[in-house]
Every structure is written in structure tokens, then in C-alpha cells.
Design a protein around this ligand. Structure first.
Ligand code: NAD
Length: 481
């Protein structure tokens, strides 16, 4: 049930077996900028979730048997429809997530790109045919769709995290049950409707929204008809789900939390580093797993970097994302904002100099950008994934020291390096323990590149050539040929 004016084609029910159906309960979706309720969506029970699994299992044989070219064409048409209606998608992202309009448009574009990329990958799944080293047989390999895929997504990229999973799963020939985050279900429902509108067969894409992700997911993962889990979210929830998938030795891919270091090396171009830092930190208001979380700046450039960054932050206009002139929108909820302000309080108690660089509206989940100087490595802001517009700066002297500090975390998703030249940047990047390194750039996410983390930031890769393999089983045929 929509309460505010939502874009056309925004369903609010559960998508099960190709039909939008009512759940037993309802779940409110709030606009964090205004605190008003946008819509009531279905609050799926365990039974609803298992009905979605039944639909996905029934649809699997036919979808898996569809020629890859046909699966590709469905995805390509979905890309075209989504691109034609990109502003509707962005509007929903802004309304339920709070982010700024430009960030929402960028996310919608990025999300659509996964549909295009995997439409292209669907027809390029390679196999192998070769002699065994002993000469006694031929080794043939091919890839089969894994089966029913359970997809769990977070609130910070409600569109892109959905398509980054749905597109490769469908390209591979899997059928899906998608469970979006309870704070931001509308965008995922809209995307599912795009897929339905372009002719995805009934049961191939099912969506359950729920206020009880724990019990619902536990039941789904225990169901023997489910073959794989793809999760994006926090590391603690990822670990909990890994324990559950272990019960069935289920394959799973995990895109988890980050604590990205941003290194400004001696001799770096300070202006370029500030421009990169603005993107790496402020995109999505800092609520990105890839957000630069802690800044390590060489002493020789620290003063210029700090004052330039502060000046750039002070230009940011904070306010509702629906007003396209605002640069920084709302946090996803008041609770999320309060978590960040309490981290800032702790940083100040630890001796950091905390300064708000601009102002934010009092009502709604807004937070002004903050710069924190005098930060020691090991203090609270260098240990926690802040997920907000907070810039803690640590000044360092020696390159081996900064590499040690950058790697001194259980996370390993992404790092940023700004150096005097690309060679130095690459040499430092190769010593960093993260799945991705941005060199002289503030953003590297790309549907065509492998996205994922080392250490406790995840298992597996999404996007690129790797992403489709999260939804495929490799099969080996040994033949006396
Ligand atoms: P979260 O872990 O709280 O929630 C993520 C999803 O898991 C939601 O759909 C939620 O409903 C579900 N969930 C929560 N508890 C569950 C349970 N007990 N069983 C099953 N599912 C459960 O994370 P969040 O707050 O929504 O998102 C922020 C986190 O996601 C951050 O840590 C961020 O770094 C991470 N993230 C990672 C990536 C990546 O690609 N590595 C991308 C975006 C966000």
C-alpha cells in the first residue's frame, strides 16, 4: 500500500510465482529525510518465504534449459527498460534511503549496468576439453546453473546490490528469491517489476520483504531446494549466515564490511588527492562499504591536504535528496545517524579534534560532514566502519609505517592510494591486503570488474568475469577418448 506518491510500477506486495501477493503482515517504509511513512510493504512470514522457494524450485528446470541467448535477451531488455525509467528508480532510492539525488542517479545507472553486463556474459560461459597429463583420458569441463539462489541485500545500495546478484544469477540459469533490507525494500520491488514486465517467467524472480530476516533466512537456508546464498551486508551477519550454510555445506558468496584506508603519499598531487577523497568519502554520504574510512596523510602534505579537504567539505549543501541541489542527503535512519554521532563523541574523548564543516537540517536523519584531526592509528575511528560523512586524518612519516597501519585491520575490501607517480602507487598497492585498490582515483566500482574483499570483508567476487561463476557449478566429465 503506497501512502506517499511513489513512481508508477512500484509494487508493495511479495512477488511469488509471478504474482504480487499480500503477506500476512505489513511493514512500514520510512523516508529518513522527513520521517514520514512512504508505504506499507508485505511482511513475509516463514511460510511466505518457503512459498517463494517452492516457486523458484518449480521454475528452475525451464529457466535453466532456456538457451543462453534467450536469457541474455531478457536481461538486455530489462536493462533498456530500466534505463528508460532511471529517474523513477533514483526517486525511490532517494525516498527510502535518503541519499542525494546525484548519488541516486549514479546508483541507478550502475545498477542497470549489471543487467547489461551479465546479458553479455550469459552467452560467454566457457567450458574445457583437454588431454589428461597421463594421457589416459580426456578432461571435459562445463558449467551448470547452481539451482535456486537466495539473495540478501543491504540498505545502502538498494538498486545496485539487487542487480549485482539478480543479473548474474539469471544469466547463469538460476532462479532466485531476493530478500532486500527492511529499510529499503521499494527499490528492489520496482526492479523485480521491471524484470516481470520484460517477461521473466513466473517464479524465476521472487521477492520477499520481511521484518524478521533472521528466522525467515534460517528457514530458507535450511530448505534442501535452495542451492546457493549470495549475501551483501555486515560482517557479523555474514558470519552468522556462514554458520547456517555450513549445516548444509551450501556454497555462499559474501560481500561484507570494510574499513578502507586512504593513503596520501609523499610527493602526491594534493589537489588530485582531495578531489579523489571527496568521491571516496562523500559518495552516498559515506554510507558505502567502499567508503574511505580512515585517511593516512604524509606529514609533508598534511597541512595542505587538511585545509583543502576542509574547504571542499564546507561547500557541501546538506538536505533532502529529493531537492536536486543538495550534495549530501540523509542517513538511512535516526538510529544510524546517532551511531555516527556517538563515534564522534568517543573520538573527541580520545583527543581527536572534531569539527563540523557545514550545517545540516535539524529535522530528519541529517549529519553535517565532519573532519577529525589529531587522530591516532588504533583509535575508534580507525577501527570502526563509520558509514557516514566523517573524515579522520592520521599523519604519518614513513612509507613502511603507513603500509603496516593500512593493513592493521580484520577487513580487506578496498584501499585508496594517491602517490607521486603511478609506479609508486602500484608498488604500494601491491603490498595492501585488500581485494581492490584504487590508485589516483576516488572510485573504481564497475560492473565489468571483479568486486570483493579479502580477510573478513568477504568470500568470492561479484561483477566482472567472475560474478557469474558464483551461480555456476563446474562439472567435470572424464572420458576415454
Ligand atoms: P546488515 O548486515 O545489517 O543487513 C544486511 C542484510 O542482512 C539485510 O537484508 C538484513 O535484513 C539482513 N539480515 C540482518 N540480520 C539477519 C539475520 N540474522 N539473518 C539473515 N539476514 C539478516 O547490513 P546493513 O546495515 O544493511 O548494510 C551495511 C553493511 O553492509 C556494512 O557493513 C557494509 O560495509 C556492508 N556492505 C558491503 C558491501 C560489499 O559489497 N562488500 C556492499 C554494501 C554494503
Amino acid at each position: 500500500m503506497a501512502i506517499a506518491v511513489l513512481p508508477e510500477h512500484t509494487p508493495t506486495g511479495l512477488l511469488i510465482a509471478g504474482r504480487w501477493t499480500d503477506a500476512t503482515g505489513q511493514l512500514p517504509v520510512q523516508d529518513p529525510a522527513t520521517q514520514r511513512t512512504l508505504a506499507m510493504v508485505g511482511d513475509a512470514s516463514v511460510d511466505d518465504a518457503l512459498a517463494a522457494v517452492t516457486a523458484a524450485a518449480a521454475a528452475f528446470p525451464a529457466w535453466a534449459a532456456r538457451p543462453a541467448r534467450e536469457r541474455a535477451e531478457v536481461l538486455r531488455t530489462a536493462f533498456e527498460l530500466m534505463t528508460a525509467e532511471l529517474e523513477d528508480c533514483a526517486r525511490l532510492i532517494v525516498l527510502e534511503n535518503g541519499k542525494a539525488w546525484n548519488d541516486a542517479m549514479a546508483e541507478a545507472r550502475y545498477a542497470a549496468d549489471f543487467l547489461r553486463w551479465f546479458s553479455e556474459e550469459a552467452v560467454r560461459i566457457e567450458g574445457g576439453f583437454r588431454d589428461a597429463p597421463a594421457g589416459d583420458k580426456t578432461i571435459i569441463t562445463d558449467h551448470r546453473p547452481a539451482g535456486v539462489a537466495y539473495l540478501i541485500t543491504p540498505w545502502n545500495f538498494p538498486a545496485a546490490m539487487a542487480t549485482r546478484k539478480l543479473a548474474p544469477a539469471l544469466a547463469a540459469g538460476c532462479t532466485t528469491v531476493l530478500k532486500p533490507a527492511e529499510a529499503t525494500p521499494l527499490t528492489a520491488l520496482w526492479i523485480a517489476e521491471v524484470l516481470r514486465r520484460v517477461g521473466v517467467p513466473d517464479g524465476t524472480v521472487n521477492v520477499i520483504t520481511t521484518s524478521q530476516p533472521g528466522p525467515v533466512s534460517e528457514a530458507v537456508l535450511a530448505d534442501p531446494r535452495v542451492s546457493t546464498l549470495s549475501f551483501t551486508g555486515s560482517t557479523p551477519v555474514g558470519k552468522l549466515l556462514l554458520a547456517q550454510t555450513a549445516q548444509r555445506a551450501l556454497t555462499s558468496s559474501m560481500e561484507l564490511g570494510g574499513n578502507a584506508p586512504f593513503l596520501v603519499l609523499e610527493g602526491a598531487d594534493v589537489e588530485a588527492a582531495i578531489a579523489g577523497a571527496m568521491v571516496a568519502k562523500m559518495r552516498n554520504g559515506g554510507a558505502a562499504c567502499t567508503a574511505a574510512n580512515r585517511f593516512y596523510v604524509h606529514a609533508s602534505v598534511a597541512e595542505a591536504f587538511n585545509s583543502g579537504f576542509r574547504a571542499a567539505l564546507s561547500e557541501l549543501q546538506v538536505g533532502p535528496g529529493i531537492d536536486r541541489t543538495n550534495d549530501l542527503g540523509a542517513m538511512v535512519s535516526l538510529e544510524e545517524r546517532d551511531k555516527i554521532t556517538s563515534l564522534l563523541d568517543t573520538a573527541a574523548e580520545e583527543g581527536g579534534e572534531v569539527a563540523a564543516c557545514s550545517t545540516a537540517p535539524e529535522h530528519g536523519a541529517f549529519l553535517a560532514p565532519h573532519l577529525v584531526t589529531g587522530v591516532e592509528h588504533g583509535s575508534v575511528l580507525t577501527r570502526h566502519e563509520v558509514f557516514g560523512p566523517v573524515v579522520p586524518i592520521v599523519v604519518y612519516e614513513a612509507q613502511d609505517e603507513v603500509i603496516r597501519m593500512a593493513n592493521d585491520t580484520e577487513y580487506g575490501l578496498i584501499s585508496y592510494v594517491f602517490g607521486p607517480d603511478p609506479g609508486t602507487g602500484i608498488a604500494v598497492a601491491r603490498q595492501l591486503e585488500s581485494g581492490m585498490v584504487a590508485i589516483d582515483r576516488g572510485m573504481i566500482s564497475d560492473a565489468a570488474a571483479p568486486f570483493g574483499g579479502m580477510k573478513e570483508s568477504g568470500i568470492g567476487r561479484e561483477g566482472g568475469f567472475h560474478g557469474i561463476h558464483e551461480f555456476l557449478e563446474t562439472r567435470y566429465l572424464g572420458v576415454s577418448l
